[in-house]
Every structure is written in C-alpha cells, then in structure tokens.
Design a protein around this ligand. Structure first.
Ligand SMILES: *Cc1c(COP(=O)(O)O)cnc(C)c1O
Ligand code: SF4
Length: 460
C-alpha cells in the first residue's frame, strides 16, 4: 500500500553522510568564516570623511582604533564640525535644532551637564548615521544633548545599587551569597551615558569626581585574599570599567589566580569590547582574545566555567567585523552572553528588541539579561517605565528558542539584586512606583522600590 506522502519521500534522495576514515579532524587556528556570504566585508568606516583612505588592515588594528577614538569634548566638537551636513533633517523631538551649529552647541552644553565623559570608538562612530544624528539610536547612547535633559527623579543617586555599601574590600562587591563582583578596571573602550557605575568609571567630568578603581595589582591582591578566604564564594564577575582595558598578561594572571582557588567554580569576564571594538578580536597583533581563549581552555581542563559577558543594545551595533569576531569566539569554544539595557528611543520597541535578540542569537551570543534602566543621575531621558519592559517580555517570549530568550529584569535600587520585572509585588501606574522583594538577598521583609521616570506619568 502506498500513500502519497511516502512516495514523495522516496523520490527525494536524502543526502548521504560520507564515511570518514583516517586521522581525526584538526581544528584550524583561524576559523573558516562565511566571508562574502554572510559577512560581506564592506569598508563601512570609509564613509567617515577622515577615514576614507583607511584600509581594512588599518581599521582592524586595535592600536589604530585606540589612537583614533574620539575622546573628550573638543575632539568631538572638531569631528562633528567636519562630518555633519550643514542642515539637519527635521525632528519633532528636537524642533529647535535645524543646523549643524545648533546641534554642536546643544551637544557641548549637554556634555557640561553629563556625569560621564566622552569616549567613542571608531567602530561606533562608523555605525552612526551622521546624516540624521538626532534620531540615531547609537548617538543617543553615547552623546548627550542639552535639549532632552530631564530633571532627575527625586529618589535618584549616583550609586543606585549601593555598591559602595556592599564592598568588604575596595573594588569588590559581595552582595549575593555565592558570587561577587570584581571591579578590576576603571576605564572602558568607550563611555555610555547611562552607566550604572558612573561613580567610578571614566575620567572626572565637570559634575562628578570619580573614586579611583585604577587597575592596581596590590589592590587585586587584597580582593583575591578576600575571595580565597571566603569558601561561600563560587562565582566571580570580573568587571569595572571594562575587562578590555586589562593588559592581556594581567587578564591571564587574574584568570589563573581565580582558577587556582579551589572553591571558585566559574567566573565571567565582562566587556563591552566585542560590541564597541570588535576588530580587536581579529587583530593578529593583539593578544587579548588569544589570552581569553587559552584561559577558557585551561578552565575547561579543570572543570571550571569561564564565559565572556558583553553588552550590545541595538542591532546596528553589529557589522561584519562584529560577526566575524563572534564567530571566532564561538569556533574556539568561548561562551558569550549579552546583557542589554533597555533605553528609550534606542531599543524600547518590540521590533528593535526582537531584531537585537535575533542578531545576538544568530551570532551564538546568548541574550542573558535585558535590564530596565537604572536610576542613574543625568539620564532620565533614556529611562522607560516598568510597563515597557513588561510589554516587551509579553510580546517577545515565544518568538525564538527559549534558551535565546533573555530575562527581563530590574536591578533593584538599594542593592536588592536582579529580579524578573514581571515579579513585581505592586505597580501603581499613576505614581510610577513598583515594589519587589528579594528573599535570597536580604530576607523577605525588605521591600525594594523602582520608580518610573516622571515624564512617563499621567499629568496629575
Ligand atoms: C549582577 C551582579 C552579579 C551577577 O549576577 P547574575 O544574576 O548571576 O548575573 C553579582 N554581583 C553583583 C553585585 C551584581 O550586581
Ligand atoms: S561599558 Fe559598561 S562600565 Fe563602561 S561606561 Fe559603558 S556601561 Fe559603564
């Protein structure tokens, strides 16, 4: 007896697996990329006037990248002057800004009020649409503007997670029982306006003098001693600042010291580097990624889990360089996860957040967390109400594999740790106040509050 389904199946020949004989496959040191197919290597930096003659080899060099990043107000001023068109497209949100000079003045005034200093990498500079900088989601993250400044929420502080209170040793935050945060560096390859650690990260600005977290081996020694003498700690997050600013041999030293502590079972290395300076991963003259891959392999050999945690917020932060870099890490067995911050006008729509999650997943970067914006000074214009993160979670769950679906969380102000946004105990949409509990951190009694930005509340 035949039915049509079976007969069709017989007519379509199935691909036959070739029998492999001979020696075991050796893995190439340089992975085979899908060049010219998925990763069309367009020289996207050449649309920036000053980089029109920069070759791929130069752009991929980390040394070239750090020498050509835009650091400080005056360098940004000069860059904008030479790059922007004289007239800008109209924007309802910025109705008073029509020309290049209006834009530059607004940015310069914005920088004077901002808690973070300016540093932008060539990859990010090349990924911004300079024909329409007002609406650009990357411009919003890294370049402040005076005209969108909103008054801070009355409950807001510079160290919203009270990290300085949970620090038994300077530079180490021990809040959760079994894990701690190791603040190894105080610099980043670029500075985000919304940084939750604006109390310590980056150069001093006209409004904030930073407490020092400079990479210092003697300071690390005290932190490592604390970890070694506290067997409850199994898990360490190396952060800062950004682990990209560690010298490659310091990364190795720190990693090996942690691997040698018997009760440390896992650690993560946090860096925004893969997002903002992906070329470094491909630069044959730079050792950071090689040290990372070697460290991960040493960790595997002794049964310990090491992962890279990175920070993409928008799909336009990906270029072919980012995709090749992610593939190099994947092919070499490095687990990469991503933590995004939900930002108004950047990634707060279902469409954009959905596209970001898919881009991450396709690059084998696990979308781990999406955070509601922290209550940080000077960036109220970038925060969204709790209702936004609830909607994103509701709409996006089920659109992709569950293991590629991020947890949508609030990092509770006051040191309650991360909680699912949807686990709120109360949420008053009129006052914007939501409450949470965190039994594993401080027992079940302490109630933590999160507040929607004032501008998102109904008029009364
Ligand atoms: C986020 C964080 C961690 C790590 O938490 P996970 O939920 O495991 O990612 C550890 N310590 C502190 C202080 C943190 O803020
Ligand atoms: S990369 Fe991270 S630590 Fe550095 S400025 Fe941005 S948010 Fe802050």
């Amino acid at each position: 007896m035949k039915h049509s389904g079976a007969s069709t199946a017989q007519e379509v020949p199935l691909p036959v697996a070739e029998t492999t004989t001979g020696p075991t496959t050796k893995f190439a040191a340089v992975p085979a990329y899908f060049r010219d197919v998925k990763f069309d290597p367009v020289p996207y930096w050449q649309k920036i006037g000053r980089w029109k003659d920069i070759t791929e080899k130069q752009f991929l060099s980390y040394r070239w990248g750090t020498a050509n990043d835009i650091q400080g107000k005056m360098k940004l001023h000069d860059f904008l002057k030479e790059t922007l068109p004289e007239k800008l497209p109209q924007s309802d949100e910025y109705e008073n800004i029509r020309t290049r000079d209006d834009f530059i003045k607004d940015v310069m005034d914005g920088i004077d009020r901002a808690p973070m200093s300016i540093r932008i990498s060539p990859h990010i500079i090349s990924s911004i649409d300079w024909a329409n900088p007002l609406e650009d989601p990357l411009r919003r993250q890294f370049i402040p503007m005076m005209s969108t400044f909103q008054k801070d929420h009355p409950v807001l502080t510079l160290d919203p997670q009270h990290e300085t209170e949970d620090s038994p040793v300077q530079g180490l935050v021990h809040r959760y029982n079994d894990k701690c945060l190791f603040l190894a560096a105080s610099h980043c390859p670029l500075y985000c306006r919304f940084c939750t650690r604006s109390y310590a990260v980056g150069a001093n600005t006209s409004t904030v003098t930073k407490s020092s977290l400079k990479p210092q081996l003697p300071r690390w020694e005290a932190m490592l001693q604390y970890i070694a003498s506290n067997p409850v700690i199994n898990d360490v997050v190396i952060s800062g600042g950004d682990s990209y600013s560690l010298m490659p041999h310091h990364l190795r030293l720190l990693g090996d010291r942690l691997l040698a502590i018997p009760h440390i079972r896992r650690f993560r290395i946090a860096t925004k580097g893969l997002c903002v300076s992906p070329s470094r991963t491909l630069d044959p003259e730079d050792d950071w990624t090689d040290e990372l891959i070697a460290l991960v392999k040493r960790g595997r050999e002794c049964g310990k889990h090491i992962a890279l945690h990175t920070h993409f917020n928008h799909p336009s932060e990906f270029s072919w360089v980012s995709r090749e870099a992610a593939q190099k890490l994947f092919a070499n067995g490095v687990i990469v996860r991503n933590q995004s911050v939900l930002l108004k006008g950047v990634n707060d729509s279902v469409e954009t957040m959905g596209a970001l999650i898919r881009e991450l997943a396709d690059n084998n970067i696990q979308p781990y967390y999406v955070y509601a914006g922290d209550l940080v000074r000077g960036v109220e214009d970038l925060r969204t109400p709790l209702s936004t993160i609830l909607t994103l979670e509701e709409q996006l769950r089920g659109t992709i594999a569950g293991f590629m679906t991020p947890q949508f969380v609030v990092d509770l102000p006051g040191g309650g740790g991360k909680r699912l946004a949807a686990s709120y105990k109360t949420y008053d949409r009129k006052t914007g106040k939501s409450t949470f509990v965190a039994p594993a951190i401080k027992g079940g009694e302490t109630v933590y509050e999160y507040w929607d930005p004032l501008a998102s509340l109904p008029a009364q």
